[in-house]
Every structure is written in C-alpha cells, then in structure tokens.
Design a protein around this ligand. Structure first.
Ligand code: SAM
Length: 255
C-alpha cells in the first residue's frame, strides 16, 4: 500500500495524475470556459491586461482567459499540471505562460492588473499566518488598484450539509472519501482511498474552511484596501445558504 501525503505538507504530493483526473474533468473545463467572461468582468480586465492565476492546476482558467486576449500567467507547484496547461494553451492557440512556484513566495512585484485563486486552492497550510502571507504576496504582485478574486468553500454551507462519506468513479477506478469536520480548528479533513484493478493509493488532505469575517480580516491584514464578500461570480450577495464564498479584494493606490 502506498501512502500519499501527511498532515503537514500534504499538498506537495496530493495533486498527482489520479487527483488531476478527479478534479479537472471535462465538465470542470467547460465550467471554467463558461465562467471566464464573468471573471474578466469581476476583475475589470481589458485585452492586454496581465492576470495571475494562482494555483492554476492544469490551466483551466489560465487558458480560458488567455484565449480572450488577456495576458495570463499560471503559477502552480505541480510540474505535470503546468506541462498539461502549456499543451492545452498551445492546442487552443492561446498565449499563456506557466510558472512553477509556491504561493507563499511569489516571484513578482507590482506586475499584475489582477489575480485569481479559485476552486478551493487556498486554506491548505496548518497556520493562518501562512494564509495571510499568501494574501500579502498577492497584494505585492498586483499593481495599485489591482483586484484579486478568491473562491473557496463556504464554512457555513459545509457545516450545514456535511457528508462524512462519499465516492466517485475516476479513470476506471473508485475514489472513496471519508471526511471529518474539525470545527474547533475550522478545518475539514479527508482520508481518501483510490482503488483500481487491484491497486490502491491512499491520500489525505486538510483544508481550512473560513467564515466570511475571517477572510475579510485576513485580506485587510494583508493590506488590501477594499474587500467585498460575494456568493459567486455573478456578484450575488453572500448568504448563509451560499455553497461558495468569493472574496473580491482591491489593492489601494499609493499615498
Ligand atoms: C484544487 S486545484 C485547483 C486548480 C485551479 N485553480 C483550477 O481551478 O483548476 C489546487 C492546486 O493548488 C496547487 N497548489 C497547492 N499548494 C500550492 C502552493 N503552495 N503553491 C502553489 N500552488 C499550490 C496544486 O498543485 C493544485 O494544482
């Protein structure tokens, strides 16, 4: 039996070929394509503007945004996902760039008109000071007035609709999930088992689930001047029944 990931640093090994197939399904690519115009509107992007897709995975949004004339750069830790993003961009004739990096130390300063981090790619670190650090890095990478879109699960929704066990079919195998809600830590833990043709792989992940107030405070602490909490990319007001929480944060102008 192989073990993938540990309670600390799980994100460095978790995102492999199986998880790529589980997460980046054809339907999820179509969803990103449908959402791309909404992202452009929310972020106030025009053709030629530069956008950073933080934790871009295999580039669902990076490619869709680049195909619309935005200069899109995807950053992620997982090299195979970045390679797939490059191939997808080339197939589409979209000029996107893909860079390997850790969201806690971005190699950019004042370089982007906007940034996004979507599909619950935030909240992995054991300590919230690292989440604030990521937000500070994003603020640093933006130009004055630049906007940042963050999209995560809603803690309230997770609590009210918590499902301890789940399963799905992935690439001809079965992915079994066993979740634990650790409310005192504000986290959801998941032990996963992938079974295919007599082989098995184990995974574990632990993701912070934030209240809107926590997200607002962290974005403010990181230096964002304005922070809006939304339910979705249509600017629907957030309520306790919203499955997702979107944060639209704007970096202030100097002075
Ligand atoms: C759920 S996937 C989302 C991918 C993408 N945002 C999308 O919408 O398709 C999360 C991604 O975060 C990346 N990731 C995890 N920790 C990271 C870190 N510290 N720095 C950069 N990327 C990271 C993973 O490699 C993975 O591709």
């Amino acid at each position: 039996m192989r073990s993938r990931g540990s309670p600390t640093g799980w994100w460095t090994t978790y995102f492999d070929d199986v998880m790529g197939k589980a997460l980046f399904t054809p339907a999820s690519w179509e969803r990103a394509e449908k959402n791309a115009d909404k992202v452009i509107a929310l972020l106030g992007l025009s053709k030629g503007d530069r956008v950073l897709d933080l934790a871009c995975g295999n580039g669902r949004y990076t490619v869709a945004l680049a195909a619309r004339g935005v200069e899109a750069i995807g950053l992620d830790l997982a090299l195979p996902y970045l390679a797939e993003g490059r191939d997808r961009a080339a197939e589409r004739g979209a000029s996107a760039a893909f860079v390997r990096g850790d969201m806690r130390a971005l190699p950019f300063r004042g370089a982007f008109d906007a940034a996004l981090c979507v599909y619950t790619s935030f909240g992995y670190f054991p300590e919230d000071r690292d989440h604030v650090r990521v937000l500070r890095e994003v603020a640093g990478a933006l130009k004055p007035g630049g906007r940042f879109l963050l999209d995560v699960m809603s803690r309230e929704w997770v609590v009210r609709h918590f499902q301890a066990h789940d399963w799905s079919e992935v690439d001809g195998g079965h992915l079994l999930e066993s979740r634990t809600l650790k409310l005192e830590e504000g986290r959801i833990e998941n032990a996963l088992l992938y079974l295919k043709g007599g082989q098995q792989r184990e995974y574990h992940h632990s993701v912070r689930v934030f209240t809107p107030m926590e997200l607002r405070r962290m974005a403010q602490e990181a230096g964002f001047a304005e922070v809006e909490i939304l339910a979705d990319l249509d600017r629907t007001p957030w309520t306790v029944d919203s499955p997702r929480t979107a944060v639209l944060a704007t970096k202030g102008a100097p002075g």
